[in-house]
Design a protein around this ligand. Structure first.
Ligand code: BT5
Length: 239
């Protein structure tokens, strides 16, 4: 636990490079340079939420299957927020945790050469409406959660993520291991919706999100056939 740092993901990636063991977790009360995907940022006032990162070394799981890790973390976050905070948390592909249409938590998985993956989790807990970093954000407090006590939520998150990770890794790390694909699909609001996906390299794909494939990619039924996307920003289009 540290009072303040730039980014817990950056710190744990450095520790990973220096040989730190699997399971290392770093929690920060405040991040001054919190990272999102694609060079975006994660912004939260000190102590308004949970910001932490965990080091994993899934040796034995093929690199092509590691895309499941952030999805696995999302399942754990959604389940803990439901059980402990008693909110209706769902997943938006690939790894936003939403309550209604608003984002309460975000996940960032970053690979470190030589087999390590750092999974960072940010959860908005007591953030007030005037502190929200964007119109699309929310917090447990705003959603009337049963608790905004960060300690039990953090402990439950670490336990649940670890439990799901071990079951997945020990099952070989595929789509069926630890039931990850089915568990993800069950909690994912994106499936069955009309979506527009902005691809990291530019351009959009539009169609109906019909499945999550064996690698954790989103399958979109377009007018030109089915396309799988491994990364991108999804907008749920209202019909
Ligand atoms: C994410 O990226 O949602 C990944 C966030 C991961 C944060 C954790 S905190 C611990 C660890 N250490 C780090 O440095 N990072 C990880 P993305 O899907 O790209 O979403 C980023 C976008 O979400 C931003 O561009 C904002 O629009 C929005 N955003 C920023 N801060 C937010 C917040 N606190 N709550 C909700 N939305 C936020």
């Amino acid at each position: 636990m540290v009072e303040e740092t730039g980014s817990t993901n950056a710190d744990v990636m450095m520790a990973a490079t220096a040989g730190a063991p699997e399971g290392l977790a770093l929690v920060a009360e405040h991040q001054t340079a919190g990272r999102g995907r694609l060079d975006r940022s994660w912004v939260a006032p000190a102590r308004s939420g949970l910001t932490f990162s965990v080091l994993l070394r899934p040796a034995g799981v093929p690199a092509s299957n590691r895309g499941w890790l952030p999805l696995l973390a999302g399942i754990a976050v959604a389940d803990v927020l439901r059980r402990v905070a008693e909110v209706d948390a769902y997943l938006k592909w690939p790894n936003d945790v939403l309550i209604g249409d608003h984002k309460v938590a975000g996940l960032l998985a970053e690979a470190v050469p030589s087999d390590a993956v750092v999974v960072g989790i940010g959860v908005n807990v007591s953030m007030r409406p005037d502190e929200l970093p964007s119109r699309t954000a929310t917090s447990l407090a705003i959603e009337g959660a049963a608790t905004t006590d960060r300690d039990p939520i953090l402990r439950a998150l670490l336990r649940e993520f670890s439990r799901r990770y071990v079951a997945w890794r020990d099952g070989g790390g595929g789509a069926g291991a630890g039931g990850v694909r089915a568990a993800y699909a069950e909690r994912c609001l994106t499936l069955g919706r009309k979506v527009s996906v902005a691809l990291p390299a530019g351009g959009n794909i539009e169609g109906e999100a019909i499945a999550v494939d064996l690698l954790g990619q989103l399958v979109i039924r377009t007018s030109d056939g089915d396309r799988s996307v491994g990364a991108g920003d999804v907008v749920h289009v209202r019909s």
